[in-house]
Write a protein that binds this ligand. Structure first.
Ligand SMILES: [Zn+2]
Length: 198
């Protein structure tokens, strides 16, 4: 699988996706992301790709700040594949007028024993497992754990049916991102990480 280097896209003043980078195309092709390949993705609203309400709120505030000219927003977050934990940096900047550019690059990666539950083509049971789309942690009895720990704690071993994954945002990532967006120096500093590698 290709590392997600230079995966970038840009939205216009009405939040519609107007361009995606070659890196985006390669990454989508390598990860079964036919839905997000051009031409299907171009012209669609950013909001149609974000279902989770907490994540939508963070993006709403982030876009408001960036468009006000407060400066760039930079943060590191997790974007794992089944067999690699990855820490990515995202930079969100105004790109001429009211357009906004989102650019990511790989900061660090860490191979691991493959986590079948993260395979996009795994057969799923009816059960739903929430996973934070920012730190990739999973809630177990009120505590957010790395997915391997959660699988063990929940007794989801290889061979048993895999629950469906529902992407959300954990309270820790939400408060970190909101605090970051409240502070222009912190937003631009690139020091903020949600979901540091274990
Ligand atoms: Zn989180």
């Amino acid at each position: 699988m290709l590392p997600p280097s230079d995966v970038a896209y840009r939205i216009d003043a009405t939040d519609r996706i107007v361009t995606v980078s070659d890196g985006w195309v390669s990454f989508a092709e390598a990860n079964g992301g036919e839905r997000v390949l051009p031409p299907r993705i171009l012209g669609t609203s950013l909001w149609s790709s974000i279902a989770d309400s907490a994540t939508r709120e963070v993006y709403r505030v982030m876009l408001g700040r960036v468009r006000k000219g407060v400066g760039a927003v930079r943060f590191q977050f997790r974007c794992d594949s089944p067999d690699v934990r990855r820490l990515l940096e995202m930079q969100v900047t105004v790109s001429g007028g009211d357009e906004v550019a989102f650019q990511t690059h790989l900061v660090q990666s860490q191979p691991r024993t493959e986590v079948g539950a993260l395979h996009s083509d795994t057969t799923r049971s009816e059960a739903i497992l929430t996973i934070c789309g920012w730190c990739m942690q999973v809630p177990v009895n009120g505590e957010w754990l790395e997915i391997e720990e959660a699988i063990t704690a929940l007794g989801l071993f290889a061979g048993s049916a895999t629950p469906q994954l529902s992407h959300g945002m954990c309270p820790a990532c939400y408060s970190t991102m909101m605090a970051t967006l409240d502070d222009p120096a912190l937003s631009a500093g690139g020091q903020v990480t949600v979901g540091a590698l274990p």
